[in-house]
Design a protein around this ligand. Structure first.
Ligand code: NAI
Length: 565
């Protein structure tokens, strides 16, 4: 296990690292490796003399070289592989390079770019990262967790690869998602030393993967039922035992598992599900900004959500909370929702998942909706003020649907959130044209600005990267027992307060992704403050919270490294 100690000079606040690693071992440890930036003194002390070309470079000089190398790659997958290799060799340089141009690098290393890497995982595999816990090795789970590279873990991002982005069951390839999430966390301030991605390999039902001779995962149909639940339980128990103050971030679990796992363990170990809660928070933040812009009060909103799965119901939960917080009774607030899944509008009496039930329309409405439960019919009947898509059904928001919505509403709020772009419920340019430029739009994946009747419309990206890093950092820094609904609400408010549209109605509903590093600090502050107010925090910082968070934020620069005697 990699053990090093970071020291901080109490006066200058400068950090330096003490390690027992020397020579080649040090050069191959990505978290400590500085390559040509090791100083002459470090080279002597750490037995690196002769292992590096003589010139000592600065981080900026290294970044320039890396930028030139990066620019030579043309395909997004090649660029992803280049960045990943750098990640495996020198973490500080990797993060510094990403920082230089987040608008270009983030979509490559995170969504949507990472989806190509996930699909090609077994073909492009070069070097493992994180931990793989496969079901056949379940008896050795404790040993596997002890085989981690870093000692002090505060953040675990775990997946079982069943529902990756909008591209379904990707088996072992799903590992690229926790890796990508942790990259975003570290860009925003989590020390990579404290974080670990974990793949729970419970097989796959993706027949193409099972038939692929290069497939690297457990070649077995996906585990279900009691065996699956016992495996998850064993995992959570061990995490709780080994890393009691950590945040467990659940990522891309299937619809039948995501919510029940979160609900089962949420109060046992500090847990967060990004697909439900992170998505809910960022969408709520966009909706708060949009509702503010339209000036239609919350109690008058009529909300249609198309695709009532993990994200759809997660978003409904956050919007419902917002309506209730605005003084509407719980019953009336529920009545403002119309959720549509693959068998049409959810109405009591239909077969549906338990988590969808709270949003089902009352049984007595069955007659009213007879034969008219499809999206277009519901939109014509309800004239929703807000329409959200989380179905992965490409182009489900047709011209007829959008025009019908626009007829009843001055400024319709339309969020086609399915990823990647080819699964989006609508193309941004179509939404602008069909609504004659009136719609307030946010999409799941990035879209280029749209030109319409001489005006340029910038399309808001409802990117979870705006929410989960701050929620995670705030929970970790405050050592929260739980991520409460109040903490999520505080996060949404913090994001929406920075909505560019509040300054100028032609600007986007959410901050852009190039601001995530500063935004995460604001969100973390709000979340940690709320954790303290909710009596969920185990930490009572001696300093004021703002200074405390700033002092606990990791940024990519080289710390001096000394040999531990
Ligand atoms: P999920 O699999 O849990 O839910 C999808 C739902 O859509 C299911 O309930 C399914 O039955 C329903 N559906 C499928 N076909 C349908 C049809 N023809 N009509 C109506 N409903 C239909 O998946 P999850 O996690 O909810 O994700 C859905 C999409 O949302 C994905 O593309 C994902 O990438 C995207 N998403 C976007 C986020 C963002 O923009 N920030 C964050 C999380 C998810």
């Amino acid at each position: 296990m990699l053990k090093y100690v970071t020291h901080k000079d109490p006066h200058t606040k400068e950090e330096w690292i003490e390690t027992t690693l020397t020579g080649k071992q040090l050069l191959t440890m990505a978290l400590l490796n500085k390559g040509t930036a090791f100083s002459q003194q470090e080279r002597i002390e750490l037995k690196l003399l002769g292992k590096l070309p003589c010139r000592v470079e600065t981080l900026d000089e290294q970044v320039n070289r890396a930028k030139n190398q990066f620019a030579r790659y043309t395909s997004n997958l090649q660029k992803y592989i280049y960045l990943n290799n750098l990640h495996d060799k020198n973490e500080v340089l990797f993060y510094k390079l990403l920082y230089e141009d987040l608008t270009e690098t983030l979509p490559l290393i995170y969504t949507p770019g990472v989806s190509a890497a996930v699909k090609e995982f077994s073909h492009e595999f070069r070097q493992p990262r994180g931990l793989y816990i496969d079901y056949p090795n379940r008896d050795k789970m404790s040993e596997i967790l002890d085989n981690r590279t870093h000692a002090e873990i505060k953040l675990i991002v775990v997946t079982d690869g069943e529902r990756i982005l909008g591209i379904g069951d990707q088996g072992i390839g799903g590992m690229d998602i926790p890796v990508a999430k942790l990259v975003v966390y570290s860009l925003c301030g989590i020390n990579p030393y404290h974080a670990i991605p974990i793949m729970l390999d419970v097989g796959t039902d993706n027949q193409d993967l099972l038939n692929n001779p290069l497939y690297l995962g457990w070649r077995h149909p996906r585990l279900r039922g009691q065996e699956y639940d016992d495996f998850i339980h064993q995992f959570v128990e061990l995490i709780h035992q080994k890393f009691p103050n950590s945040l467990l971030h659940w990522e891309d679990f299937g619809i039948q598992n995501a919510r029940r796992i979160l609900e089962k363990y949420r109060t046992f170990h500090c847990s967060f599900n990004d697909d439900m809660q992170g998505t809910g928070v960022v969408t709520l933040a966009a909706a708060l900004a949009a509702v503010h812009a339209t000036k239609v009060p919350w109690h008058e909103q009529r909300i249609v959500i198309f695709g009532a799965g993990t994200a759809g119901v997660g978003i409904a939960d956050q919007l419902y909370g917002a309506i209730v917080r605005n003084g509407v009774s719980p019953e009336k607030a529920r009545d403002q929702f119309y959720l549509i899944d693959r068998h049409g509008l959810l109405i009591e009496g239909m077969s549906m998942a338990p988590f969808q039930l709270p949003y089902a329309r009352k049984g007595q409405e069955q007659v009213k909706w007879q034969g008219k439960t499809d999206l277009l019919s519901v939109v014509k009947e309800i004239r929703p003020t807000i329409l959200i898509g989380c179905s992965t059904v490409r182009n489900a928001f047709t011209e007829e649907v959008v025009r019908a919505m626009t007829q009843g509403v001055a400024q319709p709020i339309i969020f086609p959130l399915s990823n990647p772009n080819e699964n989006s419920e609508a193309d941004a340019a179509d939404l602008v044209a069909w609504s004659q430029g009136k719609a307030l739009i946010a999409t799941g994946s990035p879209f280029m600005p749209v030109a319409y009747q001489g005006k340029a419309y910038r399309i808001t990206q409802c990117n979870n990267a705006l929410s989960f890093p701050g929620i995670g950092i705030g929970s970790i820094v405050s050592q929260a027992n739980e991520v409460t609904d109040n903490m999520l609400w505080a996060a949404a408010l913090a994001i929406s307060e920075r909505a560019p549209v509040l300054q100028d109605p032609t600007l986007p509903l959410l901050p852009t992704v190039d601001t995530i590093t500063e935004l995460a600090i604001d969100v973390a502050m709000a979340v940690a403050k709320q954790a303290m107010q909710d009596n969920m925090a185990n930490l009572k910082p001696a300093l004021d919270l703002d200074t405390f968070i700033q002092e606990n934020i990791w940024r990519p620069y080289y710390r001096a490294i000394k040999l531990k005697k």
